[in-house]
Structures are given as structure tokens and as C-alpha cells.
Design a protein around this ligand. Structure first.
Ligand SMILES: C[S@@+](CC[C@H](N)C(=O)[O-])C[C@H]1O[C@@H](n2cnc3c(N)ncnc32)[C@H](O)[C@@H]1O
Length: 240
């Protein structure tokens, strides 16, 4: 595993135990993603984390054989599913044309999308389906507005081109999801507590207590909300 991947896995692993209580937006995006869609056969949840809405919605369905894959072993340890694999979504430890459907919620933005899209295409059966909610550029604008840095996120155009070039026929629906908090601490925990805070988490230490207090005050003044621009990607593997 590369150093960067190991850091991502460690960061998410540290967040595993408290993940469910802080992952509000993940629940909203997963519900939006599955709404009106039925899946059958072997369904792979890429970047499954500790489970969450996709697992809860799909695993009990008799027509689905759910299994989860994640980079972080600690995340998988807290996942209650029976079938779990530790692995990298960009180098899937699976045979060609083995899977009927891929689902993924709030995970693909951590990946190199071209490599990921090619791997998804490789492991899906012909006409296999892919449903993914991906956090895109423009998210967490509330943090940018007060001068905090936000991880680099893909644009909608990048998502579209990566999956089209890999051989998928697709549609993308953009949704803005907004979550409210009752304190700046809860707001920051919602990002840090899900392991997604590699740029924010260092801020307090690097810039000092005063800067931190000013950031919290600025947030309280503008409103304790975070908004996410989420691409809901619906794709089908076209036969070559
Ligand atoms: C924000 S969490 C989402 C978890 C879950 N899908 C949910 O709905 O709550 C992102 C997950 O993606 C995983 N992840 C990040 N990069 C990955 C990669 N290259 N391969 C597999 N999993 C990855 C992380 O370890 C983390 O568990």
C-alpha cells in the first residue's frame, strides 16, 4: 500500500468507532442514491466503511448477495456484514466480470478516478450496474469562506469523463445536501470523526488557539451548517 493510501486507511481507521454517530450526510446521500433502484445478484460496496445505510438497505434483501470492500481494516472490523474484503478500489482483488452491481457511498472522491473506473468496468459483468454518490467540488464552501482549506475534490466533468472513457453509459444527478449542527465542535467532529479531515485536523495545532477561536466565532456568525455537492452516478457497463 502506498504511503498516501496508508494515511487514508489510518485516518479512517481512527474514526471507525465513532463513525456511525457522526455520519449524517453519508446516510442522506446513500438514501438518495438507492431511491427507486433495485439491485440483484453479487453487490459490491466499494469503500464500505463500517457499514451504514447501503449495508442496512441491501444486506437483508434476498435477491442481493452483499459484500463490502474497504482500504481500512479497522473500518471493516466494526462492519457487521459477514462478507468483507480489505482492498484498494483502484486495484480490486477480484476476477474479471465477477460482479453484478457496484454501489459506493462517499468513498470514490478519495480515489484516482480513471484507475477506479477501469477497475469497476473490469470486475462488472456485461450490463452490470454501478451506483455511486461522490463528493464533488464546491462542497464545504462554508469552510472555504472562513479561510479553511478543503481537500481537493473531483468536478462533475471529471467523474463523467473517467467513467465514460472506461466504457460506461451513464447519467449524473447533482444534489446539494446540507447538514446543521448545534456547535462548531459538532460541525468539525462531523468531518474529523469520519476520517475526512486530513487538511482541517492540523489547523488548530499549526495556527494556534486564537486562530481556532476566531474560526469558531466566524462559523457561528455565518450559521452552523455544512453543504455537500454530491454527484449521484448511475452507470451501466456497455459490452466491448
Ligand atoms: C466517508 S467513508 C464512507 C463509508 C461508507 N461508504 C458510508 O456510506 O458511510 C469513505 C470510506 O472509503 C474508504 N476508502 C478510501 N479510499 C479507498 C480505496 N482506495 N479503496 C477502498 N476503500 C477506500 C475509507 O477507508 C472509508 O472507509
Amino acid at each position: 500500500m502506498s504511503t498516501l493510501k496508508a494515511q487514508v486507511a489510518k485516518s479512517f481507521g481512527n474514526a471507525a468507532k465513532l463513525y456511525h454517530s457522526r455520519a449524517k450526510v453519508q446516510s442522506l446521500s446513500a438514501q438518495a442514491l438507492l431511491q427507486g433502484h433495485t439491485l440483484k445478484g453479487q453487490v459490491l460496496d466499494l469503500g464500505c466503511g463500517p457499514g451504514g445505510y447501503l449495508f442496512e438497505a441491501l444486506a437483508p434483501q434476498s435477491q442481493c448477495q452483499y459484500f463490502g470492500l474497504d482500504l481500512s481494516l479497522d473500518m471493516l472490523k466494526t462492519h457487521q456484514g459477514e462478507r468483507k474484503i480489505q482492498g484498494d478500489a483502484e486495484q480490486l482483488p477480484l476476477q474479471n466480470a465477477a460482479i453484478d452491481a457496484i454501489v459506493s457511498n462517499m468513498a470514490m472522491q478519495w480515489c484516482q478516478l480513471d484507475a477506479l473506473a477501469q477497475e469497476c468496468y473490469r470486475v462488472l459483468k456485461p450490463k452490470g450496474r454501478l451506483l455511486s454518490a461522490i463528493v464533488c467540488q464546491g462542497s464545504l464552501s462554508e469552510l472555504s469562506r472562513i479561510g479553511m482549506s478543503v481537500n481537493t475534490l473531483p468536478s462533475r466533468a471529471k467523474v463523467e469523463s473517467a467513467f465514460t472513457q472506461a466504457g460506461f453509459q451513464l447519467s449524473i444527478e447533482m444534489q446539494t445536501l446540507t447538514v446543521e449542527f448545534d456547535s462548531p465542535k459538532a460541525l468539525f467532529q462531523s468531518i474529523k470523526g469520519i476520517g475526512a479531515s486530513s487538511t482541517q485536523s492540523n489547523c488548530q495545532g499549526l495556527k494556534g488557539k486564537r486562530w481556532w477561536q476566531q474560526s469558531c466565532a466566524a462559523l457561528e456568525q455565518q450559521g452552523l451548517t455544512l453543504s455537500y455537492q454530491v454527484a449521484l452516478l448511475y452507470a451501466e457497463k456497455l459490452p466491448q
